[in-house]
Design a protein around this ligand. Structure first.
Ligand SMILES: Cc1cc2nc3c(=O)[nH]c(=O)nc-3n(C[C@H](O)[C@H](O)[C@H](O)COP(=O)(O)O)c2cc1C
Length: 170
């Protein structure tokens, strides 16, 4: 699948088939995250892959929805703020770095026929407790990963270019 085709057709999937994700496909989407660019190439991230049904159920404490835990895989994208680049003005880049890696993963998954849904509205403290994540590590996003059990058309509901682009000046 062409990159632009994946960008145009990828949708947030909130219903998953009860089919496991093949190891090679899982490794491919993780590889897509690994290859992402990051500020100063610091790669300040760790991805936790959860397939154990018991752990998935426990993760409900952080995001209460059945479709989230019904996916065969849940990926938790973590950042290491202490190992990430800080700009001269103190601006921190760990969220940006992990978000880019996550989008790589999401698009690579779509190419493999796998759905995802960026989860941002999770309770971080609950997820960290369930997964034993150290206090200096932050969770940027989570996503279920699996074969979609719903069909959605391509992306349509976006602002038009003339509303979001300005040329030469503000
Ligand atoms: C930063 C971010 C946080 C999001 N958090 C959630 C979430 O907590 N739960 C959810 O169901 N979808 C979440 N989404 C998915 C968005 O609702 C979805 O991407 C948006 O409505 C556009 O739909 P589409 O992905 O199908 O094109 C999030 C997306 C982003 C980028």
């Amino acid at each position: 699948m062409e990159v632009f085709e994946a960008i145009k057709t990828r949708r947030s999937i909130r219903s998953y088939k009860n089919i496991p994700v093949e190891k090679e496909k899982l490794l491919k989407v993780l590889e897509a995250a690994r290859l992402a660019p990051s500020a100063v190439n610091f790669q300040p991230w760790t991805f936790i892959v959860v397939t154990d049904p018991v752990v998935k159920q426990k993760l409900k404490a952080s995001y209460q929805s059945d479709w989230f835990t019904s996916a065969p895989v849940i990926i938790i994208a973590c950042a290491h703020p202490n190992k990430a680049w800080k700009k001269f003005d103190g601006e921190e880049y760990w969220k940006v770095d992990v978000a880019i890696a996550m989008q790589n993963l999401i698009l690579a998954a779509w190419e493999e026929g796998l759905g995802t849904c960026w989860i941002g509205a999770f309770k971080e403290d609950e997820a960290k407790r369930v997964l034993g994540i150290p206090s200096d590590v932050r969770i940027v996003a989570m996503t279920p990963l699996g074969y979609p059990a719903e069909e959605k058309g391509p992306v349509t509901n976006r602002k038009p270019l003339d509303e979001i682009v300005r040329y030469e000046h503000w």
